[in-house]
Design a protein around this ligand. Structure first.
Ligand code: AHG
Ligand code: MN
Ligand code: MN
Length: 331
């Protein structure tokens, strides 16, 4: 059984940059993930539960665990000498890592949603961490700027998530399929458990927050109606956890479409392009699926600001095409 480290070395040809730098990057991701995993597992017994009493930059109530995960990942990235800048959903501005000595290795930009689905923390429902990695745009002597973070999703060199569920699983892609590694907590080691994950050809799950139904556009309403009444060839089921990572993980394995559309109240949707949509879109495509905002491919969108929100759809190709057709026809 491969460990994550062994798998990276075995598949070194699939990563066009230095294997050592990727191992270092993963060393910080694994360390922080294990620390967050441990904290989550005892959350009812510690003080890391409930709201921190602060609002984050997203205008959302920050949970204590949001902040814990943010701090843990940032600290871990700072100490591996491969990351020169970080953007986090929990931080207003980019974090530039100043090193006394710049090395060729300090070339990666990391974007992170440290704790995804944080409204589920206090009620023992799966939550996650989402990460996205780019190469710094310019030569290594130049300082990192905001432009390094505003690259199109297609430029990601690594994307992934950790799901803290019935087990803790790290899922990633460097552009050669999607692979999942389950944490064996007794050894503290991630072992390959889900090689080459891909969407089943035919899906029957749709995931959307139906509480917003009245505020959906006609295209979305028509698609839901199609799933519930009109498609004679398929029997659909609705599943919605409210943690993107968990909803996506289930849909990628069992076959389903995830939709967070615009609503009357949120014309840009809710999910963040840089921390949530881009990495999940990268994984979606690597798993043979399609990710779109209803009109265009997510990975082709040029971000205009750090905390930008967009409508988000991802899933098996045929389901996403179908929904896009309804959007085109009824909006
Ligand atoms: P976060 O906890 O990082 O702020 O993300 C929450 C997101 C996402 O995980 C989830 O799919 C969505 O918000 C749920 O939103 P609703 O509660 O509006 O359905
Ligand atoms: Mn999130
Ligand atoms: Mn979050």
């Amino acid at each position: 059984m491969y460990t994550l480290g062994e798998f990276i070395i075995e598949n070194r040809d699939n990563f066009p940059y230095s294997t050592e730098s990727l191992l270092r990057l993963f060393s910080s991701i694994k360390l922080a993930a294990k620390s967050v995993h441990k904290e989550i597992n005892k959350v009812g017994l510690t003080k890391n539960i409930g709201s921190s009493g602060k609002m984050n930059i997203q205008g959302e109530n920050q949970q204590k665990l949001d902040f814990f995960a943010h701090k843990t990942f940032i600290e871990s990235f700072k100490h591996r000498n491969v990351v020169c800048g970080i953007a986090s959903e929990e931080s207003k501005d980019i974090i530039i890592i100043n090193k006394k000595k710049n090395t060729l290795n300090d070339q990666y930009i990391v974007l992170i949603d440290p704790l995804d689905g944080s409204s589920n923390i206090d009620v023992n429902v799966p939550i996650g961490t989402i990460f996205s990695v780019f190469k710094k745009n310019y030569s290594c002597e130049k300082k990192v700027t905001i432009n390094d973070f505003l690259q199109k999703g297609i430029k990601q060199i690594l994307a992934g998530y950790i799901i803290y569920g019935s087990s803790t699983i790290l899922v990633y892609s460097v552009g050669n399929g999607v692979h999942g590694f389950t944490l064996d907590p007794s050894f503290g080691t991630f072992y390959l458990s889900h090689p080459y994950i891909s969407f089943p050809k035919k899906g029957n799950i749709y995931s959307i927050n139906n509480g917003n139904y009245e505020k959906f556009s006609n295209g979305i309403k028509k698609f839901i109606e199609f799933c519930q009444k009109k498609d004679k060839n398929n029997l659909y089921t609705s599943r919605y956890i409210g943690s993107l990572v968990s909803d996506f993980h289930r849909n990628m394995i069992h076959g389903g479409i995830y939709i967070y559309p615009k609503t009357e109240l949120s014309p840009n949707g809710k999910l963040r392009l840089l921390y949530e949509c881009n990495p999940i879109a990268f994984l979606t495509e690597q798993a043979g699926g399609k990710a779109s905002n209803g009109y265009e491919r997510i990975l082709d969108i040029k971000p205009c600001k750090l905390h930008q929100r967009i409508p988000f759809i991802c899933g098996p190709k045929n389901m996403v095409f179908k929904l896009e057709k309804f959007i085109k026809e009824y909006e």
